[in-house]
Design a protein around this ligand. Structure first.
Ligand SMILES: [Fe+2]
Length: 333
């Protein structure tokens, strides 16, 4: 049973009340649930490559733990984009019964044998953290490094929660009555993890443009933003003229989600994120469905009161903007 999956197109979440009830009952009985294959395979492989390219530094956590922590990079950014999704928050709230979640904040870290890394019993409670998530980012199997959860100072209640599979996650309870730790890693393979907390504050929100002017009676006006506020893109993104017939796809590593108020886009390659207004969201959705600007134009020309030449020009400019910022690419390039 697949409870939830994070993908570059948003997240897949079970809708059946019976499935949600089952996870909720498991969480309340055991204080944790497993989220197998939380991240889709393509994104997971991309993340693993970016983690390998990253820089780790030794981090001491106030006498509780020492670890190698990854300096924020593209993998860090993409994971935060994927998890900070209102639909993910709704799922976690429904399963755990926690207060309303405002955001998720985590870190990528490694525990390795021979480097003095350790973790002690602690509760992570600070008045703001609600629920913890631990995602296995170790492509190779490691030994030790087992998450343990117990009632405070009650060894008889201890649960060992191994999570050996790359891409699997554990969602576990934070409470004044519970504490957790991770056992020492043994052997040559380090344990790499993305872990953090769903929290009350701050409230996460993608900047969504004011869509109040999108419709002015009758058919919506063909205003595709943003174009004027364009900023230079980072290097490594392909440039050039886009043909209306070219097949356009989501760029490697890029992701988007529909917030219910519009689509938000993010490219960890350039660090560029943007929220789309109603018309931009429609153009984006059609592009992801059809793959070419020609096909988008064909549909939008019928939906919007617009000169064909203006619509074609705006779509080309918008697609160029997205490509320049590492959001889309021409298929095969
Ligand atoms: Fe912790």
């Amino acid at each position: 049973m697949q409870p939830i999956r994070l993908t570059s197109r948003g997240c897949d979440i079970p809708q059946e009340p019976a499935v949600l009830r089952l996870f909720r009952d498991q969480f309340h009985a055991h204080h944790y649930i497993r989220l197998p294959s939380l991240v889709e395979p393509g994104a997971l492989d991309w993340l693993a490559r970016e983690v390998e390219r990253g820089t780790f530094y030794e981090r001491e956590h106030e006498g509780i733990a020492t670890e190698s922590c990854l300096k924020p990079n593209r993998a860090f950014d993409l994971l935060h984009f994927l998890v900070n999704n209102r639909r993910v928050f709704d799922f976690v709230e429904a399963v755990t019964g926690c207060e309303r979640i405002g955001s998720f904040n985590g870190r990528i870290f490694r525990l390795a044998a021979g480097l003095g890394h350790y973790d002690s019993w602690h509760d992570d409670i600070d008045g703001n953290r609600l629920v913890a998530l631990s995602l296995n980012l170790s492509p190779q199997p490691y030994r030790g490094g087992i998450l343990q959860l117990r009632r405070k100072e009650d060894e008889a209640s201890r649960l060992d929660i191994p999570n050996p599979r790359f891409g699997d996650a554990v969602l576990f309870c934070l409470s004044d009555e519970l504490e957790h730790r991770v056992t020492n890693v043994e052997g040559p393979v380090p344990r790499t993890t993305f872990a953090g907390w769903f929290r009350k504050q701050p409230t996460y929100g993608w900047y969504l443009q004011d869509s109040a002017s999108d419709t002015q009676g009758g058919k919506p006006q063909p205003v595709l933003r943003p174009l004027a506020e364009d900023t230079p893109a980072s290097s490594g993104v392909d440039e050039g003229v886009i043909s209306p017939q070219a097949r356009l796809v989501l760029a490697d590593g890029a992701a988007y989600q529909d917030t219910g108020h519009g689509v938000v886009l993010f490219s960890p390659l350039t660090g560029h994120g943007e929220g789309l207004d109603t018309v931009g969201s429609r153009a984006w959705t059609l592009l992801m469905e059809s793959g070419t600007l020609d096909a988008v134009e064909w549909v939008m020309a019928d939906e919007y009161d617009v000169e064909p030449s203006v619509l074609q020009r705006d779509l080309l400019r918008l697609a160029s903007h997205w490509r320049r910022h590492g959001i889309i690419q021409v298929a095969g390039q």
